[in-house]
Design a protein around this ligand. Structure first.
Ligand SMILES: [Zn+2]
Length: 451
């Protein structure tokens, strides 16, 4: 398994200092030997077993996963990562099951949408009922405010209390020199910036005081078909159970299909395709549609405590040991779907039992380093990544060690299980930082690659 070598390479990069090559090799040998294919596979087999039921937060799968990772950290000799003397950080979560209804009124005509076939809708607000009545509908293009690109889809239009319709993805701005390609200087060309993600679209709608934000689904820019939207938003979803009950989130967040959107625009006397073309220019201004939106969402909410698991290897240098490097991997996966025929368990071997196995083996390797690392190293398995990076977000908002003393977080989400790449020029490609904290500015997003 080449993955072990790849992990060893990451490890080597972290541990290398200005030692003579053979002395370095000798010193690193016990640490490198701690990373083995069999060792990785053993962890993966347990975490991805049916007994762990797909590791959904707040289930037996969480209990087993948290216990397993804690036991491993103890066995390796890591100290409790939480200064309260435990290996866990409690993450208050809420599971939300939504029953939404949505319709548009155009003059005296009402268009009722069919839940899951035409739309999905939910709310991050922890409220049993959301009601939006006859709210004005405004098309805001890609819904992006990006000063570094001189881009503002909202201009100065007041959208408070309104229902926003927006396109998914980054504005695909063509290259002025070759319009068959995207402009690399705008939203990083073909790459997706944070402005393209649905989380951003709902966040900016909330900042603008909108009542609802509806994303128009299109398979290509979303990179997944409607079926994925339907199944991921149609089941129980998770949110952080914040003291403000997430009342700063937009009331209703929704997706509609492209067909529904096209028909709605046409019924309002607008041409969807023409407006979409306008939306890839800086000159675009919000367009009011002659429609009103009615949205009603009934929500069943269960609150529970989930957990990030954290172990610590104290740095050896008295001056540097209060600086931290973190290795993270999310332990959760999608759990089980009781409606499925036959196998109901999403085992999540690659995503992300493999990442957790890697963090455990890296921790073991670090404890065998001689001399030990100067700075402290934290090893953390985070919860509820699948629901929107919630465990990581909670840690960033409630860090156990000062963020200004935290120099880097190296996150592993799925390792390469397929063997050596045929492309001999690239051995490992690492992308980041897409979202290390909820406060990070999208302008700080810089992809980097290590070869
Ligand atoms: Zn993952």
């Amino acid at each position: 398994m080449k993955t072990a070598r790849w992990l060893a390479a990451i490890f080597l990069a972290a541990a290398t200092s200005l030692l003579a090559a053979d002395e370095l090799a000798e010193r690193l040998q016990p640490a490198l030997e701690a990373i083995t294919p069999d060792g990785l596979l053993a962890h993966i087999k347990i975490l991805a077993s049916d007994e762990f039921e797909g590791r959904a937060p707040g289930t037996k799968g969480e209990e087993l996963s948290v216990k397993y990772i804690t036991d491993q950290f103890k066995q390796i000799g890591l100290k409790p990562g939480n200064p309260d003397g435990t290996y866990t950080q409690e993450v208050p979560l809420a599971g939300i099951k939504s029953e939404p209804r949505m319709s548009f009124m155009i003059g005296d005509k009402t268009i009722d949408l069919k839940n899951q076939d035409d739309f999905v809708a939910s709310s991050a607000r922890l409220q049993p009922e959301i009601k939006i009545d006859k709210s004005d509908v405004v098309f805001v293009g890609y819904g992006v405010v990006a000063p570094e690109y001189g881009w503002n889809d909202y201009k100065n239009v007041d959208v408070r209390g309104k229902t926003l319709l927006m396109l998914i993805g980054d504005p695909p701005v063509p290259d002025p020199k070759d319009p068959s390609k995207l402009d690399d200087k705008m939203f990083k060309g073909k790459a997706m910036t944070y402005y393209g993600r649905w989380t951003y679209k709902y966040e900016v709608a909330a900042q603008k005081g909108a009542a609802a934000a509806i994303i128009i689904h299109e398979t290509e820019p979303a990179a997944y078909p409607w079926q994925v939207v339907r199944s991921s938003w149609g089941k129980e979803n998770f949110e952080l159970d914040n003291p403000n009950k997430n009342m700063d989130a937009v009331s209703a967040r929704s997706w509609i299909t492209r067909d529904v959107a096209k028909k709605l625009f046409a019924d309002c006397g607008q041409d969807f395709d023409a407006l979409k073309k306008l939306a890839i220019t800086k000159e675009f201004r919000p367009v009011s549609l002659k429609a009103k939106a009615n949205i009603e969402i009934k929500q069943q909410i269960r609150s529970f405590k989930s957990h990030n698991v954290i172990g610590k290897l104290e740095g050896d240098d008295p001056k540097l040991r209060d600086e931290y490097i973190i290795y993270t991997a999310h332990w959760d996966h999608l759990g089980r779907h009781p409606e499925l025929q036959g196998d109901q368990i999403f085992n999540g071997a690659i995503d992300n039992a493999s990442g957790v196995a890697s963090v455990i083996q890296l921790a073991a390797a670090f404890t065998k380093l001689n001399p030990p690392p100067k700075r402290s190293v934290l090893f953390m398995a985070t919860t509820a990544e699948e629901a929107g990076l919630l465990g990581a977000k909670f840690y960033a908002e409630h860090p156990l060690y000062p963020l200004e003393k935290t120099l880097a977080d190296i996150n592993i989400d799925g390792i390469n299980p397929w063997g050596k790449s045929h492309d001999s020029t690239s051995t490992a490609s690492i992308r980041g930082v897409s979202r290390t904290t909820s406060k990070i500015s999208p302008t700080a997003i810089q992809p980097w690659t290590i070869c």
